[in-house]
Design a binder for this molecule. Structure first.
Ligand code: MCN
Length: 783
């Protein structure tokens, strides 16, 4: 029984409450005497604040108070801390006041807050707050912002350069000199706006008698938020309880500790009542972090036979106006170190400039750094193939890192855990019938119909940990996880974990692990997460780390439970502990499988402790911590087939084949769901999504009317398959899967569109590949 639970597609236990409206999100909480907060935000991208007149708003019905940044500062609330300072880069971390004090630096920057008895009164009063601005010139483009004479965002950050960071391996100059071919490209990896279904929200209940606070907040990592709040609110960490109740998606955008977290705590403190803030969708566009936004100048060198020799790149990464929690790590560690992708590229050199601009701060958005790296490499590989007139499948075959099980070190210094790239790729090609499809493509072209086939073969870094590396790369926290497994007398189990899933399904998969390992029914296992008072410390759910790292902690606790159960069983069966074995839910005496105790028998006896080994602690509960020895590196091959309507420029997805490898799979249905969502999100970037700022750094795409996110009916059924290459960095051999789809699908679809357009001589277009952009390119090619 037991072994079948791990690896089976049981239904997500989270879903009934989610689809019947019984789940409780932050905005659903209503506390007695609760007030509401609205935020006055800057309409200017860059301006001095000359005056803030609050009298009129303060006098409005129901208004409890109107507060400015200065008042918050005077009350002891400090700047929002950045948790990642890139080592060796002289990172500038100018203060990020939760409410701007004398200067606003992006559209949406908070200027004042209003607290009122009702949400709508608060918003009306926020409109009555009068702010006099002295507008300043603004800049939104990261490369431009570094030029002389451009607006300066922060006094002590010359040319707006937040950091310069370099990654180097091998000898790039020599490789370029010895190359037969080189290719060059400027890639704009455009800015994206995360749009979780549930916008952000925060509700604070502060107690002045105790100087303690409970914060309900839309967070992917409540323990990190608590730690950071202890640094900027002046409330000691043990007095802060952070609860992430149901969280309706995050995709990275709910990692940061946001200004509004501090604002509601401040407001609750000064108003003496609980205070809630819930973001509107248009606030989400301006004030929740954005993702990507790289300008990349890239080159690749290769031999005539297609052997890739080197990559050289210079990247301007737009950090926005301030540093968000994890922002500096994205274009450096998670991007720059991954430039080898799935290939054996011996020489790599990249310079990354992190740049402040008058835009919303950027931070992690699904994939975070790896989509930007993968797109770069996958484009360069295609360009080299085109120049050498090589089949894009063959150039990949030629350059893959050969299969490995126990580590492979790439030029950037990372040691990949395990991989078999060629196997995943060949499987995908077979599913597609690649040769047949190329023939079909040629026939269609003769009829004036244009389909394109696009590849992405990737390797990505996730399962973020170990902590030592976190420290070495400048991350201000740890990257281990912890878990507590508690058996009740009835044999039922409570598991408390430090991770904080928000849609991914670990309440189901972690119960599957406990059930498989200990011989209890899945439904007898309850998983608790997302509350700093009810769960042990954890560093959060992002970087597809909950399963690879979190399951390591869970397995540690399970092992301790098994060890103790053996002692109890030995006592009950009057046998030696060394003779007790465990299999399929039974603890038995070696050689006599009929003489056994179940975990439920043991749980009862351990809890009542009537007939119990002398000196052994009662109870059946264990806690464990797990710090992995390395990251994990899932990989795979995605292939998109698109049809371009040359009269309208519309791109339609005809087929999508994906073979992914995340090591051992706990729940194939959940894994498929993760891949589906990821693929859709990545295709959003390729075809439709993009945040656009004008020359005054006004956000032109500030609503769903101007920013297109994908809809289900745009897609064919995805054809998915897996290969299984376990990792040896955690006890279960599992790698993460939460981001692979997003990382792989953008280049796969982009490459497919370029393939379709190749008869027109079109080799490059900026994303998103909207019908208008594609149509214009075809028109000008025809002319
Ligand atoms: N899983 C599995 N077998 C494996 C690997 C994973 O069964 N070998 C299961 C896991 O147990 C879990 C799910 O797949 O149920 C995803 O696990 P994992 O890859 O560990 O990713 P995380 O749980 O750490 O989630 C983070 C990842 C990221 S970084 C983003 S961004 C993202 C994503 O997950 N945001 C999401 N998927 C999301 N899905 C939803 N619904 N909402 C988001 O905000």
């Amino acid at each position: 029984m037991a072994s079948r639970i791990f690896g089976s597609a049981i239904k997500r236990r989270e879903d009934p409450r989610l689809i019947t409206g019984q789940a409780k999100y932050t905005d659903d909480f209503v506390l007695p005497g609760m007030a509401h907060m609205a935020v006055v935000r800057s309409p200017y991208a860059h301006a001095k604040i000359k005056a803030i007149r609050t009298k009129k708003a303060a006098a409005m019905e129901g208004v409890l108070g109107v507060f400015t940044g200065k008042e918050m500062k005077d009350a002891g609330f400090g700047p929002i801390p950045c948790a990642w300072v890139v080592p060796g880069s002289d990172t500038k971390t100018p203060p990020y006041p939760p409410i701007a004090i004398d200067t606003v630096r992006y559209v949406g920057n908070a200027v004042a807050i209003v607290v009122a008895t009702d949400r709508y009164l608060a918003r009306d009063a926020a409109e009555a707050v009068e702010v006099d601005y002295d507008p300043l010139p603004a800049v939104a483009n990261a490369e431009k912002a570094t030029a002389k004479g451009q607006p300066q965002l922060h006094a002590d950050v010359p040319n707006n350069v937040c950091f310069k960071w370099t990654v180097k391996g091998g000898d790039v100059d020599a490789a370029f000199k010895s190359a037969d071919v080189t290719v060059k490209e400027r890639i704009i990896n455009q800015r994206l706006v995360p749009n979780a279904m549930e916008p952000r929200a925060a509700l604070a209940q502060y107690s002045s008698a105790m100087n303690e606070v409970t914060l309900w907040v839309t967070s992917q990592n409540p323990h990190i938020v608590r730690f950071l709040l202890s640094l900027d609110t002046g409330i000691p960490e043990q007095k802060i309880r952070v609860i992430a109740p149901e969280v309706g998606g995050g995709f990275g955008s709910k990692i940061p500790h946001y200004p509004e977290d501090s604002m509601v705590i401040f407001a609750s403190k000064v108003c003496g009542c609980p205070v809630k803030w819930t973001e509107t969708r248009s606030e989400n566009f301006r004030s929740t972090i954005h993702g990507r936004d790289h300008i990349q100048d890239v080159e690749m060198a290769a031999k005539k036979d297609g052997t890739i020799l080197a990559i050289r790149a210079k990247v301007w990464a737009n950090m926005g106006a301030y540093l968000s929690t994890a922002s500096t790590g994205i274009p450096t560690i998670l991007h720059g170190l991954m430039l080898s992708g799935a290939y054996d590229i011996k020489n790599i050199h990249e310079d990354v400039y992190g740049v402040f601009t008058n835009t919303t701060p950027t931070d992690a958005y699904r994939g975070a750094g790896r989509p930007e790296a993968t797109f770069m490499v996958e484009r360069l590989v295609e360009l080299v193939a085109a120049k050498l007139k090589m089949d894009p499948a063959d150039i990949r075959r030629k350059n893959f890192i050969p299969p490995f099980k126990d580590g492979h070190t790439v030029a950037t210094g990372l040691s990949y855990d395990s991989g078999n790239y060629i196997a995943a790729f060949e499987k995908a090609l077979k599913m597609l019938d690649y040769a047949g499809l190329r023939r079909t493509q040629a026939e269609l072209r003769r009829k004036g119909e244009y389909i394109g086939i696009g590849f992405c073969t990737y390797s990505e870094i996730c399962g973020l940990g170990p902590s030592q590396v976190a420290g070495a790369v400048g991350f201000g926290g740890g990257l281990w996880e912890s878990a507590i497994v508690r058996f009740h007398p009835s044999g039922k189990v409570n598991v408390m974990v430090g991770i904080s899933p928000h849609g991914q399904g670990e309440e189901t998969t972690f119960a599957q692990i406990v059930a498989s390992e200990l011989g209890v029914a899945v439904d007898d296992v309850e998983i608790t997460h997302g509350d700093t008072e009810r769960t042990p410390m954890g560093w959060g759910s992002y970087g597809s780390r909950s399963t690879p790292v979190g399951s390591g902690a869970l397995m540690g606790a399970i092992t301790k439970i098994k060890d103790k159960a053996k002692i109890v069983t030995a006592h009950l069966l009057e046998a030696a502990v060394e003779d007790i074995e465990y299999s399929d839910g039974r603890f038995f005496v070696k050689g006599s499988p009929g003489k056994f105790k179940t975990i439920q028998d043991v749980a009862l006896m351990a809890n009542v402790a009537w007939n119990y080994p002398k000196g052994l602690e009662p109870g059946l509960e264990a806690s464990a911590f797990f710090d992995p020895p390395n990251f994990v590196y899932p990989f795979g091959a995605h292939i998109a087939v698109v049809r371009v309507d040359v009269e309208t420029g519309e791109v339609r997805l005809e087929r999508y084949v994906a073979v992914d490898d995340c090591g051992r799979v706990i729940n194939p249905m959940i894994v498929e769901g993760q891949i589906h969502g990821g693929i859709v999100q990545g295709i959003g970037q390729a075809l439709w999504e993009g945040a656009v700022y004008d020359e005054n750094a006004q956000l032109l795409t500030g609503s769903m009317m101007d920013y297109a996110i994908p809809k289900a009916d745009y897609f064919p059924l995805f054809e998915l398959a897996m290969t299984e290459t376990p990792t040896n960095v955690n006890p279960l051999g599992v790698k993460g899967i939460g981001e692979t789809g997003t990382i792989a699908s953008t280049p796969a679809v982009y490459n497919a569109v370029m393939d379709a357009l190749s008869p027109f001589g079109i080799g490059k277009l900026d994303m998103p590949l909207t019908p208008e952009r594609v149509w214009r390119a075809i028109q000008s090619a025809r002319r």
